[in-house]
Design a protein around this ligand. Sequence first.
Ligand SMILES: NC(=O)C1=CN([C@@H]2O[C@H](COP(=O)(O)OP(=O)(O)OC[C@H]3O[C@@H](n4cnc5c(N)ncnc54)[C@H](O)[C@@H]3O)[C@@H](O)[C@H]2O)C=CC1
Ligand SMILES: CC(=O)C(C)=O
Length: 264
Amino acid sequence: MSEQGKSPRVALVTGAARGIGKGIALRLAADGLDVAVNDIEANTDQLKGVADEIAATGRRATTVVADVSDPDAVQSMVEQVAAELGQLNVMVANAGIANVKPLLESTPEEFDHLMSINLRGVYLCYTAAAKQMIKQGDGGKIIGAASIVAYRPFPLLGPYSASKWAVRGLTQAAAMEWAQHGITVNAYCPGIVGTAMWDYIDEKLAENEGLRKGAAIEKYSELIHLGRVSVPEDVASFVSYLASPDSDYMTGQSVMIDGGIQFS
Ligand SMILES: NC(=O)C1=CN([C@@H]2O[C@H](COP(=O)(O)OP(=O)(O)OC[C@H]3O[C@@H](n4cnc5c(N)ncnc54)[C@H](O)[C@@H]3O)[C@@H](O)[C@H]2O)C=CC1
Ligand SMILES: CC(=O)C(C)=O
C-alpha cells in the first residue's frame, strides 16, 4: 500500500529485456509503480535481470515471457499480470523489430513478420489491456511505440516506417473509442536511440551504402539539433509523463521525442 492507502498502480512493459523497454520499466518503478516486464523466450535471463533491478528498488515486479504477435499469449499475459499484481493500469506496447532493406528486395514474408510484431502486436496489447481496464472500471493509460518514421519514413526502412505510421493511426482510433472509459491512448516517437536496434540498423545501412561500421549512425546523427544520440532514459522520461495523471487531458497523440530531428 502507498502512503495514501491505495495499492500502487501496475504497469506492463513489452520488449523490456533491454533498450528502451528496460529504460521505461525502470523509470516507472522509480515513479512508484509495480511493473511487469515482458519479452521473448530467448531473452529470459535479461528479462529476469530487469525484474531483479525493479525488485531491488522495493517495487513488486514480475516477468512474462510471451510473443506479442500471438493473441492467446497476449491475453494470457494480461490475465497473469492482473492476477499476480492485482490490476493493470498502464500498458506500454514497446516491443518492436526493424528490417533494413530496399523495398524492391524485401519479401512478403518479411513484411508480414515485421507487421505481426510492430503493428499486430501493438493492436493485441492495446485491446487486451483496454478490455482489462474497462473491466476494472477506473480508466487507464495505454502507450505505444511509434517513431519519427511515423511522420517521415527513412529509406531502406519502408515496411518498418509503415508499421510505425500505422501505430499512429491505431493510437488515434483507440483514443477516440476508449475516451468514454477514461482510458487515454498515446504513442512516443523516438528518433535515434543507441540500442541494439540501432546497432543492427547501422550495420545494415553501412552494408547497403558501402560505409564502415558506425558511419551510418554518425551520418544520421547529424540530423539531431540537440547534438547527441538519444539514450533510453530520454524516452522513458516522456513515457513517465504519459503514464502519470499529469497527462490526463492528452489522448490520441504521437509525440516526437527525438532531440529535434523531425517537426510535426
Ligand atoms: N532505437 C531507436 O532508435 C528507436 C526505437 N523505436 C522503437 O522503440 C521500441 C524499442 O526499441 P529498442 O529498445 O531500440 O529495440 P531493441 O531491439 O533494443 O529492444 C526491443 C525488445 O523487444 C523484444 N521483442 C522483439 N520481438 C518481440 C515479440 N514478438 N514479443 C515480445 N518482445 C519482443 C526484443 O527481444 C527486445 O528485447 C521498438 O518498438 C522500436 O521500433 C522507435 C524509434 C527509434
Ligand atoms: C529505429 C527508428 O525508428 C529510427 C527512427 O531510427
